[in-house]
Design a protein around this ligand. Structure first.
Ligand SMILES: NC(=O)c1ccc[n+]([C@@H]2O[C@H](COP(=O)([O-])OP(=O)(O)OC[C@H]3O[C@@H](n4cnc5c(N)ncnc54)[C@H](O)[C@@H]3O)[C@@H](O)[C@H]2O)c1
Length: 290
C-alpha cells in the first residue's frame, strides 16, 4: 500500500506501548483511526491525544479475546468510516512460567489475548476487507519470542510462535486468492512499553489465587521488566511497521542484534542439534530474546 492518507486503520491494544505509537505514526500519515483497548482510561487518553492532533479517530473498549466484542469493533469501523484498509492485531499480554507450572488461567489468558485476539481480528475484518476489493494490509504483532524460544515463557512463546506461523500461512492464502491484501508479522525484541505490567489488565476470572513461590519466577519477572525498561522506543518500532505496510514487506524485524540468535536456532534445527540452554543473564548478552 503506497498511499495511506485518508485510508482507515484499526489498531488493537492501542492504549499503550506499540499500539499507541502506531496510532500516532499512522495518524500522522493522514490515516483515520479506529482504536481498541481493554483499558478504557488508557484508550480515552490516546483517543484524546490524536483528536488534539487533528486525527479523525473512533475508540471502542474491546476485549480482543471475546469474538462478539471484536465483531462490534468491525461494525463500528465500517459504520463510522465505511472501510478498513489496515488492520493491526496488536493487543498482547506477557504470561511467563514453565508449561507445567502455569495454571489453566495463565494459559487461557495468554491464548485468549495473544492468539484468539488475532484470530478474532482476522475473522471479523478480513471477509469485509476482501469483499471491498481495495488494497489493504494486515499486521499481526508477534515477537522475537515467536522466532526464538526463550526459557520460562511457555505461554508467551506458544502464542507468539502460533502468530508467526499463522501469519505466514495467511500470506500464502491471500496470494493464492490474488487478493489486494498484504500482510506482515511484527517480531520485535524488547521494546520500552507497559508489557511487564500486563497483570493490571488480567480479568478477575483469570487471576491466580496465589502467586508462584518458585524463585526462578521472581528472577524471570525481574529480568523481563529490566530488559523492557531498556528496550527500543516504541516509536522506532512504529516507524518500521509504517515502512513495512508501505513497502509490502512481510517480516518486520526491529532488532538486528538478534539475527545471530535466529541463525543459531535455525541452523541447530536443520542440523538436528539440541537447543542450547543459557542462563537468563546470558540471553541478555547474546540476543535480547524477548
Ligand atoms: N514490549 C516488548 O518488549 C514486546 C516485544 C515483542 C512483542 N511485543 C508485543 O507487542 C504487543 C503490544 O504490547 P506492548 O509491548 O505495547 O505492551 P503494552 O502493555 O504497553 O500495550 C498492550 C496494550 O494491550 C492492551 N490489552 C491487553 N489485553 C487486552 C485485551 N484482552 N483486549 C484488548 N486490549 C488488551 C493493554 O491494555 C495495553 O494497552 C503485544 O502483542 C506484545 O506481545 C512486545
Amino acid at each position: 500500500m503506497d498511499e495511506l492518507a485518508g485510508k482507515v486503520a484499526v489498531i488493537t491494544g492501542a492504549g499503550s506501548g506499540l499500539g499507541r505509537a502506531l496510532a500516532h505514526r499512522l495518524g500522522s500519515a493522514g490515516m483515520r483511526l479506529v482504536l481498541a483497548d481493554i483499558d478504557s482510561s488508557r484508550l480515552n487518553d490516546v483517543g484524546g491525544e490524536l483528536d488534539d492532533a487533528g486525527v479523525q479517530v473512533a475508540t471502542l473498549v474491546t476485549d480482543v479475546s471475546k469474538r462478539s466484542q471484536v465483531e462490534g469493533l468491525a461494525d463500528l469501523a465500517y459504520e463510522q468510516f465505511g472501510a478498513v484498509n489496515v488492520l493491526c492485531n496488536n493487543a498482547g499480554v506477557a504470561v511467563v512460567g514453565s508449561a507445567w507450572e502455569c495454571t489453566d488461567a495463565d494459559w487461557a489468558w495468554a491464548m485468549g489475548v495473544n492468539l484468539w485476539g488475532v484470530i478474532h481480528g482476522l475473522q471479523a475484518f478480513v471477509p469485509r476487507m476482501l469483499a471491498a476489493g481495495e488494497p489493504g494490509h494486515i499486521v499481526n504483532t508477534a515477537s522475537a519470542a515467536g522466532i526464538l524460544a526463550p526459557p520460562l515463557s511457555s505461554p508467551y512463546v506458544a502464542t507468539k510462535h502460533a502468530v508467526v506461523g499463522m501469519t505466514e500461512s495467511l500470506f500464502h492464502d491471500l496470494a493464492l486468492r490474488q487478493s489486494k491484501l498484504g500482510c506482515s508479522v511484527l517480531a520485535p525484541g524488547f521494546v520500552k512499553t507497559q508489557i511487564a505490567a500486563s497483570e493490571s489488565v488480567r480479568p478477575d476470572e483469570l487471576k491466580n489465587p496465589v502467586p508462584s513461590s518458585d524463585p526462578l519466577m521472581a528472577e524471570v519477572g525481574k529480568y523481563y521488566a529490566d530488559e523492557v525498561a531498556r528496550g527500543l522506543p516504541a516509536e522506532a518500532v512504529a516507524d518500521a511497521v509504517h515502512e513495512a505496510i508501505v513497502e509490502g514487506r512481510f517480516y518486520i524485524f526491529t532488532h538486528p542484534e538478534m539475527t545471530p540468535a535466529f541463525e543459531d536456532r535455525f541452523s541447530r534445527m536443520v542440523a538436528g542439534k539440541n537447543p542450547k540452554t543459557r542462563p537468563l543473564a546470558a540471553s541478555r548478552d547474546d540476543g535480547k530474546s524477548s
